[in-house]
Design a binder for this molecule. Structure first.
Ligand code: NOJ
Length: 512
């Protein structure tokens, strides 16, 4: 890992999907200016850092995760100058901004790929991974075949239109598989360093890295990919030591060794994240089971060994909205959890007001089922919920049609709203080191069926008990003495000399 970055200790992130946040020019698509104009809203919520989804030139077959020019902001979002202005305005307000780096693949419209498809050798022949005959497909991977005069199949990473960039093979075992340190893979690696330098020089604070764990191929233990990132981290340590990295990897032991400061706890793979928030019986709805999640979380924490953060998001642009499953007081309790866990919290835009998953939408820009979680931010009761002055039909994705849809305006005026609860929770987190990102955690109850989730956060002598009881029954805790209640949702706990009664459907934080 790079040097210790102090601002990460109390960082609370806000994820912005730029298409859908705020449109200032009436074209129906959000833009950078809209984000800059909304910094006070984000700051006032209590978030002091932003993760911005890809905003670079792209044909938008995967909402911008299919880049066609890494050095240029997509014109629909504004200019490179607008982005640099966002960085400097954010810094003036004590905030930081991470861009989304997509190093694993480009769009098939990228000029590198057009060159790479040519039969004649050129600078980009080895920028992507090609077999040396159209009749051979790369085993275990999807590929593009028969698309140009070049005799070979080209390996793809995610959608068909996203050819994989070539970082080499950990153990090449076919003639067309190149070693990590051969010329083509090294040129790709250097280009990625150049892209990072370009944006860091313009003032960004670091990157969320897309599919960070899968760059080197035939690398079952990720040793090659770890070495690759260690090299990139080494480069950053010399040139941009303050650059922050968070990975979409979901294996903190590997990502942190690779040099990332933080890793996301993912909603797929072994984490059991969905048990808490997104399944038929989520824990926070009172009838679920958090114990497997806690078990996996503790395993990951043990492996990360305090060297970096495991970050639990409220949602993101790839999963159903939290509000599809968890609403009302249950949503408040879910946020009480998210904002009292170690690691930096990540709030997906609109989750703080309980924006709904919009059902029944036709896919937009490769969103498919994800489209319903990407609808425009609901600011107020004005035209297009205050998102854009454009024609309703021109909007990137239609606004949630529910006339009772939540808005920032309504919730700001309602003391009991989710928005005000989230603000309160962030403020409590910010004023107690035990609740901040580096603080320790010890579980007293793991949310097994019918049971609450109870843990103690601590840091340098401060100990805070967190109790989350979404069940329909009162619960008892022995030998716990509370000094001061910091936060209560629902009914207050009752204490006698040796017993604490936690009320059904309630949550609280208390100093021990
Ligand atoms: C993960 C991103 O979060 C997702 O939106 C994207 O489609 C894939 N990676 C491919 O880049």
């Amino acid at each position: 890992m790079g040097k210790r970055i102090e601002w990460l200790d109390d960082a609370v992130f806000y994820e912005i999907y730029p298409q859908s946040f705020k449109d200032t020019d009436g074209d129906g698509i959000g833009n950078i200016r809209g984000i800059t104009d909304s910094l006070d809203y984000i700051r006032d919520l209590g978030c002091n850092a932003i993760w911005l989804n890809p905003c670079f030139e792209s044909p938008f077959g995967d909402a911008g995760y299919d880049v066609s020019d890494y050095y240029k902001v997509a014109p629909r979002y504004g200019s490179n100058e607008d982005l640099a202005e966002l960085f400097s305005k954010a810094h003036e307000k004590g905030m930081h901004v991470l861009l989304d780096l997509v190093p694993g693949h480009t769009s098939w419209d990228h000029p590198w790929f057009r060159e790479s498809q040519k039969a004649e050798r050129n600078e980009y022949t080895d920028r992507y991974i090609w077999t040396d005959s159209i009749w051979e497909s790369p085993e275990g991977y999807a590929s593009l075949r028969g698309i140009s005069d070049r005799d070979g199949s080209c390996l793809t990473n995610f959608f068909t239109h996203q050819p994989a960039l070539n970082y080499g093979f950990y153990k090449p075992d076919r003639p067309w598989q190149q070693a990590m340190d051969s010329e083509g893979p090294m040129a790709t690696r250097n280009e990625i360093k150049k892209i990072m330098s370009f944006w860091l020089s313009k003032g960004c604070d670091g990157f969320r890295v897309d599919m960070a764990g899968s760059l080197v191929k035939n690398d079952p233990e990720s040793k090659g990919t770890i070495a690759l990132w260690q090299d990139i981290r080494g480069f950053l340590d010399k040139e941009f030591p303050d650059a922050v990295l968070i990975s979409e990897w979901g294996e903190p032991d590997k990502s942190i060794e690779a040099g990332f400061h933080m890793d996301f706890l993912l909603h797929f793979g072994p984490s059991h994240y969905n048990d808490l928030f997104r399944c038929d019986a989520p824990f926070f709805c009172g009838k679920g089971d958090a114990s497997e999640f806690i078990k996996r979380y503790l395993e990951s924490r043990r492996k990360a060994d305090g060297r970096g953060y495991i970050c639990i998001p409220s949602g993101n642009h790839d999963m159903d909205r939290l509000a599809k499953y968890v609403r009302g007081d249950k949503a408040k309790m879910a946020f009480a959890f998210l904002l009292s866990m170690p690691g930096a919290p990540y709030i997906y835009y609109g989750d703080e007001i309980g924006m709904r998953y919009v059902e029944g939408l036709t896919s937009v820009e490769g969103g498919y089922n994800r489209t319903g979680s990407r609808s425009p931010m609901q600011w107020n009761g004005g035209t297009n919920a205050g998102f854009s002055d454009g024609e309703a039909g021109s909007l990137y994705i239609p606004i949630d049609p529910d006339e009772n849809r939540p808005t920032v305006e309504k919730q700001a005026a309602d003391e009991g709203s989710l928005l005000n609860e989230v603000k309160k929770l962030i403020a409590i987190r910010m004023s107690h080191p035990a609740l901040m990102n580096p603080g320790e955690i010890e579980f007293l109850a793991d949310g097994a069926p019918g049971k609450p989730l109870v843990y103690v956060r601590s840091c340098e002598g401060e100990r805070i008990l967190v109790v989350l009881n979404p069940t329909e029954t009162d619960q008892e805790l022995d030998d716990v003495r509370l000094k001061e209640l910091l936060y209560v949702l629902g009914e207050k706990p009752e204490s006698t000399d040796d017993k604490l009664t936690i009320k059904r459907n309630s949550a609280f934080f208390a100093v021990l």
